[in-house]
Design a protein around this ligand. Structure first.
Ligand code: SAM
Length: 297
């Protein structure tokens, strides 16, 4: 019996395009892989480990098809050029290789800590009510934050919410604020913040217009500094894709962009220990964050 025949809900046709596409993919030689990896690292800080060579090949094979190119060597020449077409392709390449995996209410304790403790604290201390989701994917994170802040009565007119990402595709989707209803999980108490449109859920306009989205590459230190002064920065599940030297540099520029007394949140599996002497670990119920020391050191 064929494997597909044992999978009750998956029609055999579903396997065919993938299998054929895989067969048609041109080979990615080691030297071309190393050069593409280095170029991606220079552009975005993202580091493709040796064991993710197949991932890179599969993602970039789509770009070869879109451009009508037959070989990865041709693609490397094309994308590393200096003309307008090469610059456009550099963005498309980044769009193709970033991992946009996100979810509404991912680590909800972070949003609770921000809405219940941090925003009131920023308000009391007269610190900027400016909150930034850096590496926001398609907007799930800043919209979750907007929903929680609104529910706790903390989404005042003075509060600014920013969402940025290196992927232009992600930012376009974030601005649209529509997500496939089949995959999105919204807790019952937050359902009033979305409206169903056929197979999609749309964040209500009142919240959509509160988040300012933009394309920003976190390895661009000047661009990060221009976001200052921030009261809260979420850079969750982003740093893990960077090479270690880039990770440190990005963290330091994010801390520069934080106001003394402001907070930085990273993903549950990420740690900033030893990365920047200005950061102090702070515990919230079920959550950890880093606070920039008042002195600014
Ligand atoms: C796994 S998602 C995390 C999304 C969200 N922060 C969360 O925790 O659910 C990683 C995001 O980092 C973004 N990213 C990767 N490299 C970046 C860079 N150099 N500058 C800005 N964003 C970047 C990717 O485009 C992607 O949206």
């Amino acid at each position: 019996m064929q494997v597909w025949a044992m999978l009750r809900f998956t029609p055999p046709e579903a396997f065919v395009p993938f299998a054929e596409a895989a067969k048609e993919e041109p080979p990615l030689g080691q030297s071309t892989f190393l050069q593409l990896r280095q170029f991606i690292y220079q552009l975005s800080g993202v580091w493709i480990a040796d064991n993710r060579q197949y991932f890179l090949k599969a993602r970039l094979a789509r770009r070869l098809r879109a451009l009508g190119l037959q070989r990865f060597e041709e693609y490397l020449r094309y994308v590393t050029g200096t003309d307008a077409a090469a610059l456009r392709e550099q963005q498309e390449m980044l769009n193709a290789i970033v991992v946009l995996e996100s979810a509404f209410f991912r680590t909800p304790e972070h949003f609770e800590a921000i809405a219940r403790t941090i925003v009131p604290e920023l308000q009391r201390s007269g610190l900027p009510l400016r909150l930034w989701s850096a590496g926001c994917a398609a907007g799930e994170e800043p919209y979750s934050l907007a929903m929680v802040l609104h529910r706790y009565g903390m989404l005042s007119e003075q509060l600014e919410l920013w969402g940025t990402d290196v992927s232009t595709d992600a930012i376009t989707q974030a601005q649209r604020g529509r997500y496939p209803a089949a995959t999105v999980r919204i807790p019952a108490e937050y359902e009033p913040y979305v409206v169903r449109y056929g197979p999609e859920l749309e964040v209500i306009p009142e919240l959509r217009q509160r988040v300012r989205f933009g394309v920003l590459n976190l390895v661009n230190t000047d661009a990060v500094h221009q976001m200052a002064p921030m009261g809260v920065i979420l850079c969750r599940n982003v740093l893990l894709y960077f090479a270690p030297d880039v990770r440190r540099r990005v963290v330091q520029s994010l801390v520069d962009a934080l106001v003394p007394g402001g907070y930085l949140f990273v993903g549950g599996t990420e740690t900033l220990t030893g990365m920047d002497a200005r950061l102090q670990l702070v515990h919230f119920p079920g959550a950890l964050a880093y606070r920039r020391s008042e002195a600014g050191l």
